[in-house]
Design a binder for this molecule. Structure first.
Ligand code: Z5A
Ligand code: MG
Length: 205
């Protein structure tokens, strides 16, 4: 059986990275082969440029950075497909939904934003961690990077909600880490892939 492709999206500081680590461990504790993937992947070449942009040491046109984020995902797609085929379950920290939400929140046209990511692998499940902005501001590290302002974050959440599909599970992230993890685990623990091959064609149907 191929591996599951599980994407974690959500508001800033909602605990995505914390929960990804825990979810990965849950799968491994069950003896399942599982790996963590993170977007942007700051370790590959396109990711280093993105890192400089996010830390505000580099200026780029809004459209240019959008395309770099997308290229960063395409750069990883063949390796991701191969891992899924080999039976590895992937827990993915942010994906194309973040890509569109942030760029459209800055004012770029929503359809234009979706275009470069069209055709990517389709997640089997998206877990969306929802957190009120005032709660996010109280958590560690908020405000250190480019997009961490109240106005932008509010727009980002609205666009995420426009992108939401039936396969999404919205999770209240304003709970203890344990409670959030329990809800996430209960959503995916029985999940089986509904196709033999990884599904391609995001936003193409
Ligand atoms: N971006 C984009 O524009 N286009 C794209 O295509 C993509 C991304 C993929 C960097 O992403 C930026 O890139 C991001 C979107 C944009 N911009 N912003 N803003 P990133 O994924 O690298 O961002 P990050 O630095 O990892 O932050 P984050 O993802 O927003 O945080 P998080 O992963 O959701 O949260 P966390 O690191 O797990 O936890 C944050 C803090 O809260 C930490 O101190 C935890 O201990 C604490 N925490 C976690 N859970 C809880 C609970 N339940 N209670 C209390 N405290 C908690
Ligand atoms: Mg994170």
């Amino acid at each position: 059986m191929r591996g599951l492709f599980i994407v974690i999206e959500g508001c800033d500081r909602s605990g995505k990275s914390t929960q990804c680590e825990r979810l990965l461990q849950r799968f491994r504790d069950q003896g399942r082969d599982a790996q963590l993937i993170k977007f942007p992947d700051r370790t590959i070449q396109s990711g280093q440029l993105i890192d400089g942009y996010l830390k505000q040491s580099r200026h780029l046109h809004d459209k240019a950075i959008h395309l770099f984020f997308s290229a960063n995902r395409w750069e990883a797609m063949d390796a991701i497909a191969a891992k899924l085929k080999a039976g590895t379950t992937l827990v993915v920290d942010r994906y194309a939904f973040s890509g569109v939400a942030f760029s459209a929140a800055k004012g770029l046209d929503l359809e234009w934003c979706k275009n470069p990511d069209k055709g990517l692998l389709i997640p089997d499940k998206v877990l969306f961690l929802d957190l009120p902005i005032e709660k996010a501001e109280q958590r560690g590290g908020f405000g250190e990077e480019r997009y961490e302002t109240r106005e932008l974050q509010t727009k980002v959440r609205d666009i995420f909600m426009q992108l939401k599909e039936d396969s999404w599970k919205i999770i209240d992230a304003d709970q203890t880490m344990e409670a959030v993890q329990e809800e996430m685990w209960n959503t995916v623990k029985e999940l089986k892939p509904d196709s033999e091959e990884p599904r391609t064609g995001l936003w193409e149907q």
